[in-house]
Design a protein. Sequence first.
Length: 301
Amino acid sequence: MPSLAALSGLSLTKGHATENDFLLLADPDGARELDAAAVAALCDRRAGIGADGVVRVVRSRAFAEAAEAAAHGAEWFMDYRNADGSPAEMCGNAARLVIAFLEDEGLLSLADGEPVLLGTRGGVRSVWRSGGLYTVDMGPWGLPGGAEAVRRGFDVAVQATGLEGTRAGLRVTMPNPHTVVALPDVAELDGADLGPLVAVDPLPPEGTNVELVVPLGETTLDGETAGTVRMRVQERGAGETRSCGTGACAVAVALHAWGGQEAPRLWRVQVPGGELLVRLTDDGRALLTGPATLVARLTLR
């Protein structure tokens, strides 16, 4: 792993979204691309600064990978990397944080409720702020196993340390890959060890995030029926994290698929770092709402 001395003078902002934490780099003109080794060094929680990932925020016209985003009118692109340096298609928590970061940097000015387009590797997303929270239109979800997987309730087998036997998992794309596993109670959820890699069979070639969940029933939120679920997640390239935005959406999709058309379309997803709200729209999209908190500005020595 390279020394951080090679990154001397680099200015970053540390932030989190329900304790899913990131380092953000403003690079409007695309002058400072970070390689995988540099990202891994920055994210190291003992020898580096520590984070679940790094987000380089660049103008779409200045980044070759963002040509489609630029064509669709998204001024900014979220160049997101996992803690091991690998690129990811999308991160719902980071997307909220990027908009808060752009506002804080004076690179974006938004009125409450005004949407802005943000480019990601998973496509262009719309984000808006309202009442101190940020909502991301996460776009369409997918069920790779199709109708047969929904009928059976699963399409992969999952084994995790601390869970006895093999568990049934349902694959969901958001657009990055997820595998959702329902557990019978909170005690089993708390007893699972998400440090070692969770075994998923068959494993998608691109890997998968794994969400372990316990449904907690239904409540009423602003006059609407809402389901409540508790979740833990192991993310590709990062290990267990305190929250995952795409994962929360994938969980809502899986629970709705298991519950049928009468299941709630609004879900309160409790994660170790707080709570996220997911709404599934009638046209097959997921809306993710939650906080975004900037913690500190820093410059590497």
